[in-house]
Design a protein around this ligand. Structure first.
Ligand code: PMP
Ligand code: GLN
Length: 376
């Protein structure tokens, strides 16, 4: 008997392969196409000649743990203890997996807000627990009434993603106030807050759970240097939580991977001495505006994008096809790969929306726009 009979191949693999097969412009899987900073390539080359190549400590390379504590203090005024309240992981993906495995038991319920990133459900199923998938509203804001109706003593965890992939929506102060209210009577409920795009927001500032006094003691916050430093392939992420929670996640982490890439951790640590994290939002703000401007004349209707490097759009004026067929045709006929949004839902929807990744150089975005302009 198969353990995971219904787990499909990730849409990111499917669409990137299709983009390669058809030599399409790949605006599907979220990764930058521009070269990494030469200061970083120099750091890596220099550190590669040192003795950094053996196992890093289980919880992370100590100077990088200190840096993460400093970033958390600078940006969110939260003081975390680098040796007990942070864990460096193999990307945010491992942090999410290890957190769910550490806390979720058979028959527990875990709330996921759809459309949701694809790596939340599988670890819940592996724990023999039950994912409860609740749709966000059409504008991607949270439906607190629906969440509240599904809360019970069985709810072990609520997974939030802010800024949100795929919609780019960010949580407001009022959202947090509502959440704080509805979970007040469920002291055993944990929050897994996926904040991998925390440093990619535009007009409105990201509100991290790190700043929520009423939530932070029951929250595990996940981030990723892949997004912040344009290094998705390095798979270095981290988790911040109170010591009693991090301690449990470490138990899984030590037998899942034990520790993560030492050269990458040491290089990121040095790079953070010269790189200003604030630059990331500036870069993507320009790219978002540039891309939105290019798409203005197309038949796509653009939805708001407050953060992340994803732009969602409706194609309801273009076609009656479902989004999967439409995105396949976009690749085969027009040479542009995107992501259909229905795959981010537990129950199939037919919202006729797709996601573009704009973490690309201007030339690539312009080429893609030229191809999208001829679609009527
Ligand atoms: N969460 C979200 C919302 C994501 O978009 C991604 C994709 N990078 C991840 C988690 C996984 O991050 P990482 O590549 O660091 O594992
Ligand atoms: N997070 C990336 C995205 O949303 C994909 C990561 C992956 O390929 N698993 O496109």
């Amino acid at each position: 008997m198969l353990k995971l009979p219904n787990t499909p191949i990730s849409i990111f693999t499917v669409m990137s392969k299709m983009a390669n097969d058809y030599q399409a412009i790949n605006l599907s899987q979220g990764f930058p196409n521009f070269p990494i900073d030469v200061r970083m390539t120099e750091i890596v080359a220099r550190l590669a000649k040192t003795d950094i190549h053996q196992y890093a400590p289980m919880a992370g390379y100590p100077p990088l743990l200190e840096k993460i504590a400093q970033i958390t203090s600078d940006h969110y005024h939260r003081k975390v203890n680098p040796s007990t309240e942070i864990l460096i992981t193999a990307g945010a993906t491992e942090a999410i997996f290890a957190t769910i495995q550490a806390f979720v038991q058979p028959q527990d319920e875990v709330i996921i807000l759809d459309p949701s990133y694809d790596c939340y459900e599988m670890p819940i199923l592996l724990s023999n627990a039950k994912p409860i998938r609740i749709s966000l509203k059409e504008d991607y804001s949270s439906d607190f009434e629906a969440i509240s109706q599904h809360l019970s003593t069985k709810t072990r965890m609520l997974i939030l993603n802010n800024p949100h992939n795929p919609s780019g929506k960010i949580w407001t102060e009022n959202d947090f106030i509502q959440l704080e209210k509805i979970i007040e009577n469920y002291p055993d409920l944990l929050i897994l807050s996926d904040e991998v795009y925390e440093f990619i927001t535009f007009e409105n500032k990201h509100i991290s759970i790190n700043t929520r006094e009423k939530l932070k003691d029951r929250s595990l916050i996940v981030s990723s240097f892949g997004k912040t430093l344009h290094l998705t392939g390095w798979k270095i992420g981290y988790l911040i939580a109170p010591e009693n929670l991090v301690k449990e996640v470490k138990k899984v982490h030590q037998y899942l991977v034990f520790s993560v890439n030492s050269l990458a951790q040491a290089s990121i640590n040095e790079y953070l001495n010269v790189f200003h994290i604030e630059e990331v939002s500036k870069l993507y703000h320009q790219k978002r505006d540039f891309f939105q401007n290019l798409l203005k004349e197309t038949a796509f209707e653009l939805l708001p994008c407050e953060g992340t490097y994803f732009q969602t759009a409706s194609f309801q004026n273009i076609s009656d096809e479902n989004d999967i067929d439409f995105t396949k045709r976009l690749v085969t006929e027009f040479g542009v790969a995107t992501i259909p949004l229905s795959v981010f839902y537990g129950n199939q929807t037919d919202l006729k929306r797709i996601r573009f990744c704009f973490a690309k150089d201007d030339e690539m975005l312009m080429k893609a726009a030229e191809r999208l302009l001829i679609i009527k």
